[in-house]
Design a protein around this ligand. Structure first.
Ligand code: SAH
Ligand code: SF4
Ligand code: F3S
Length: 491
């Protein structure tokens, strides 16, 4: 048990999820330098690319060294307590930079900024600007006011902002895979979750701007896009919205409602050589239409991140997930019927939610056994101020019990990942090469359609290639392949 004492999230993809990403060095001759450190989910990382774009227009190149920066932004996450504690600790590190360079501007962006608003200025004296996820267009004004000694806060949440017209500056890019935000906010009110409060109301982005971004990425050599939203299945773009947003534009009119299945199809049609992924799917909303669209296009990857949170219906009700165990298992049956055994399914799980009994915890383990997730992101419950659960329920499961249950869920997932990976042995699969393997530059690292990492020898292919492989070795986290064909015709 000691192993997991200090961590509230542990999986293979894992450490990455609580890790941060920083800007890289880009020198296009601008006068000032911006350093951004981003925490949290992929949507937050995608937002940092919007922020970098807005700042670039206003005279900033990016740097990977915060000591060189004129402006430091921390793009923060509030999902669990630990995420916020990490940010606070990081702010103390930046104190020395500010001592050495008093004119340095420090900004807190993202979900923690939205949650704490102007209180952050009082609590963290070195912070100059606090900006929520819908107010990034105001950053240049706030930064220039801060340069003149005036601290500023903008945590206005919008019902319309989607940053559709802003071309993101790709940060930490491998040049092969990229994320595209298709919507913002969340209208679900899962009782444990802070996101509806930090990201505001759900709104969908203009489908044309999404397709245009995918086309632009493909023309620049990218081979895979991941469409991002907290609940992609509720993506919806209606003609009224469209006409409102396009009042003075001559672009093509959308005459009917675009749902997620339509959008997926529109993006899949950009090119058979552009892979499409998406995240996150919500069990209450994922439709058979989406599953059939996935089946219709080879370039839509056969992988669904479908967080269950708990295998017990009473817990799911308290969590306000609006589905029960049976409903979830029915959706998994539909996935298996339409897309077959090889479709990857992953999940998020929370252990020790308010009043969870041992038997109810066992229901999560038994559901895992039935579904056989390929991998999962696993957490113990962390109460977040202001959420429905914080207001209505007592956080009554002792930490040791939450952690012990988490350890059991992790052990179960490790067994299931091994079991699922064994099924890949001997199969022929198409992988997309993302770069050099972490462990050896003699090997390349790609992903198969089901989102599993496949390692191959480096001498046959290069980054950005599609490679047909035969799986010759499997471990719990990784598959190893033998090269059959490089860049096969995919039409
Ligand atoms: N929109 C996604 C989830 C986004 S948050 C969905 O609905 O599935 C990512 C994950 O963090 C959640 O799925 C949940 O498992 C976990 N999480 C959210 N709030 C949490 C909390 N208060 N304590 C522990 N884990 C939490
Ligand atoms: Fe949070 Fe639920 Fe929305 Fe996911 S669907 S972001 S868990 S409120
Ligand atoms: Fe965290 Fe906000 Fe994403 S709370 S998980 S950064 S939406």
């Amino acid at each position: 048990m000691d192993l997991i004492k200090d961590i509230d999230i542990i999986t293979a993809e894992e450490a990455q999820a609580c890790d941060y990403k920083t800007t890289t060095d880009e020198n296009t001759g601008k006068t000032k330098k911006l350093y951004i450190e981003s925490y949290g989910c992929q949507m937050n990382f995608a937002d940092s690319e919007i922020v970098a774009s807005i700042m670039k227009e206003n005279g900033f190149d990016t740097t990977s060294d915060f000591l060189q920066a004129d402006v430091i932004f921390l793009n923060t996450c509030s999902i669990r307590e630990k995420a916020e504690l990490t940010v606070r600790k990081r702010l103390t590190d930046f104190q020395r930079a500010k001592k050495a360079k008093p004119e340095l501007t420090i900004g807190v962006l993202g979900c923690m900024a939205e949650r704490l608003k102007e209180n952050l200025l009082q609590e963290e004296k070195i912070v100059d600007v606090v900006v929520g996820p819908d107010a990034y267009r105001d950053l240049p004004n706030l930064v220039s006011a801060a340069e003149d000694g005036q601290k500023g806060v903008n945590t206005f949440l919008s019902r319309e902002e989607t940053y559709a017209d802003i071309a993101p500056v790709r940060l930490n890019s491998n040049g092969v895979t990229a994320f595209i935000s298709i919507m913002r906010g969340c209208d679900n009110m899962c009782s444990f979750c802070v996101v509806p409060f930090t990201r505001g109301r759900e709104r969908s982005r203009d489908p044309h701007s999404i397709v245009a971004e995918a086309q632009d990425l493909f023309s620049k050599g990218y081979k895979e896009v991941t469409l991002l939203g907290q609940n992609v299945d509720s993506y919806k773009w209606s003609p009224e919205e469209n006409n409102k947003a396009r009042l003075n534009k001559k672009e093509e009119e959308v005459t009917q409602v675009v749902n997620f299945a339509h959008l997926l199809e529109m993006v899949a049609q950009v090119s058979p050589y552009l892979r499409v992924r998406f995240s996150t799917s919500h069990p209450k909303d994922i439709t058979d239409e989406v599953l059939h669209t996935m089946k219709k296009y080879d370039n839509i990857c056969k992988y669904i991140h479908l967080p269950v949170q708990s295998g017990n219906s009473r817990m799911l009700d308290l969590m306000n997930r609006t589905y029960d165990r049976e409903w979830y298992l029915n959706r998994v049956t539909a996935i298996r019927e339409i897309l077959g055994e090889e479709c990857g399914i992953s999940s998020d799980m929370i252990t020790g939610f308010c009043t969870e009994t041992e038997e109810e915890h066992q229901d999560t383990l038994s559901l895992m056994d039935i579904v056989k997730f390929d991998f999962s992101y696993m957490f113990f419950y962390s109460e977040r101020p202001g959420t429905l659960a914080a207001k209505k329920f007592e956080d009554d499961i002792p930490l040791e019990i939450k952690k012990r249950r988490l350890a059991e869920v992790i052990t179960k997932q490790a067994e299931l990942s091994s079991e699922r990976n064994k099924l890949d042995f001997g199969q022929e699969q198409l992988i997309l090469i993302e770069g050099t393997a972490k462990k050896s530059d003699q090997q390349l690292r790609g992903r198969n359609s089901a989102n599993k990492v496949v390692i191959i020898p480096a001498d046959h292919a290069k980054k950005g290639d599609y490679v047909r492989v035969k799986i010759i070795e499997v471990s719990q986290a990784t598959l190893f392949g033998e090269v059959l064909e490089v860049n096969p015709i995919l039409l």
